[in-house]
Design a protein around this ligand. Structure first.
Ligand code: SF4
Length: 86
């Protein structure tokens, strides 16, 4: 249940970033990879079902085919979690 809520929060944050920020260079690179991917159908990833424009805005998201990886390192994520639960 908590995992699901965290996933929903991550998705909502990605959509908010999509609506309020420009693509960073790294996000644009991910988007370019997705644009050329045969699993991209009308900006929906057929591997995970995500809306690609928002997916690349999540620093925790990964490509299910490992064509690109999350922006944050595992160490960054652990630091982020430690800070949230202090
Ligand atoms: S997330 Fe990966 S599998 Fe999905 S469209 Fe992008 S490159 Fe392709």
């Amino acid at each position: 249940m908590i995992k699901t809520l965290k996933k929903i929060k991550e998705i909502l944050q990605a959509y908010i970033r999509l609506l309020t920020t420009k693509y960073t260079v790294e996000e644009q690179n991910k988007l370019n990879i997705c644009k050329q991917c045969p699993r991209n159908k009308f900006n929906i990833c057929k591997e995970c079902g995500c809306f690609i424009n928002a997916k690349v805005k999540s620093p925790l998201a990964n490509c299910p085919l490992n064509k690109w990886n999350q922006t944050l390192t595992k160490e960054d994520i652990l630091n982020e979690l430690n800070n949230r639960f202090k």
